[in-house]
Design a protein around this ligand. Structure first.
Ligand code: NAP
Length: 275
C-alpha cells in the first residue's frame, strides 16, 4: 500500500492504517505482523490500549525497514504537561522499541482538567527535537483547536476523530480542511455496526462495484480525504480493508452515503468524555 497524504510539516502519512484497540499485546503483535505482510504501514496504538509492547514486537518482527513504517500513539491526561509529555514519550518509545514516533497525539482534550495547552507546548518541543515526526490531537473540537492556535500559533497536523457514515462531522471536517489539518477517522466502519454495513445504499454500491460493504465505506472515507484506521484481527479482512485503492465512488454516491447521517447517532462528546 503506497498511497499517502502529506501532513503540514511535510511528513508523509499512509492513507489508511490498522487500528489496534481492543487487542492485547499478543493479539496485537500477531495483527501487526499479518498487517505488515498484507501491506499496511500505519499502525495506530495508544497508552490506553495497553498494547504498545505488542505493536513494538510486531514492528520489530515484520522485517519492514523502520523508515517505511508509521506508528501513531497517544497519551492520557495524566501526561498533560510540558515536561510530562516527554516522560510519556520516553516510556512509550521503550515499549514500542523505536527511536522516534511518527505521530504523537493528545488522546482527549479533557477540558475540565484544562491542561491540554501545556501538553501541546510539550509536543511542539518534541517535534522540534526530532523525537516525533508529526504532532496532532484526537477528539478535539474546533473550539479546542482554536485555543491551541491562540496560545501557541501552532495547529495540529492531524485530528483523529470518531467518523463514519452515521457521524460525518461536516463542520469539523471543513474547519480541518481550511486549516490544513488531516482528519483521521476512528471507528471508520461504525465499530463493525452490522446495521451500517447492511444499509441499502452501501450494499447496492457494493454489488455495483464488486466490492464488500466495508470496502465501500472505507472508499467513502478516502473520497472525503479522510484517513481511516479500521481495526481487524483477521488477515482476510486486513486484505479486504486495504483493497480500496483500485476504484472510485462518484460524487453523488459519496453524497448518498453521507446522507446516512441523519443526526440520530450521537458521536462521543469530548467535552464530557475522555481519559
Ligand atoms: N482516538 C480515539 O479516541 C479512538 C477511539 C476508539 C478507537 N480508536 C482507534 O480507531 C481504531 C478503529 O476503530 P474501532 O476499532 O473502534 O472501530 P472500526 O474499525 O470501525 O470497527 C472495528 C470492528 O469492525 C470489524 N471489521 C473490521 N473489518 C471488517 C470488515 N471488512 N467487514 C466487517 N467487519 C469488519 C472488526 O471485527 P474483527 O476484528 O472481528 O474483524 C471490529 O469488530 C481502533 O482500533 C483504535 O486504533 C481511537
Amino acid at each position: 500500500m503506497t498511497a499517502t497524504v502529506d501532513l503540514a510539516s511535510g511528513t508523509r502519512m499512509p492513507a489508511l492504517g490498522l487500528g489496534t484497540w481492543p487487542m492485547g499485546d499478543d493479539d496485537t503483535e500477531r495483527a501487526v505482523l499479518d498487517a505488515a505482510r498484507a501491506g499496511y504501514r500505519l499502525f495506530d496504538t495508544a497508552e490506553n490500549y495497553h498494547n504498545e509492547r505488542g505493536v513494538g514486537r510486531g514492528l520489530r518482527g515484520c522485517g519492514v525497514p523502520r523508515e517505511e513504517l508509521f506508528v501513531t500513539t497517544k497519551f492520557n491526561r495524566a501526561w498533560h504537561g510540558e515536561e510530562l509529555v516527554r516522560s510519556y514519550l520516553e516510556a512509550s518509545m521503550k515499549r514500542l522499541q523505536v527511536e522516534y514516533v511518527d505521530l504523537l497525539l493528545i488522546h482527549w482534550p479533557n477540558p475540565s482538567y484544562d491542561r491540554y495547552v501545556q501538553a501541546w507546548r510539550g509536543l511542539i518541543q518534541l517535534r522540534d527535537e526530532g523525537l516525533v515526526r508529526a504532532i496532532g490531537v484526537s477528539n478535539f473540537k474546533p473550539a479546542h483547536l482554536e485555543r491551541l492556535r491562540e496560545a501557541t500559533g501552532v495547529l495540529p497536523e492531524v485530528n483523529q476523530v470518531q467518523l463514519h457514515p452515521y457521524v460525518t462531522r461536516p463542520e469539523e471536517r471543513a474547519y480541518h480542511f481550511q486549516h490544513g489539518i488531516v482528519t483521521e477517522s476512528w471507528g471508520p466502519l461504525g465499530r463493525g455496526d452490522a446495521r451500517l454495513l447492511q444499509e441499502p445504499v452501501i450494499t447496492t454500491l457494493a454489488a455495483q462495484y464488486g466490492k464488500t460493504p466495508a470496502q465501500i465505506v472505507l472508499r467513502w472515507h478516502l473520497e472525503l480525504g479522510l484517513v481511516p484506521i479500521p481495526k481487524t484481527s483477521s488477515p482476510e479482512r486486513m486484505r479486504e480493508n486495504l483493497e480500496v485503492f483500485d476504484f472510485a465512488l462518484a460524487r453523488d454516491e459519496v453524497a448518498a452515503i453521507s446522507a446516512l447521517d441523519d443526526g440520530s447517532v450521537m458521536g462521543v462528546d469530548s467535552d464530557v468524555s475522555g481519559h
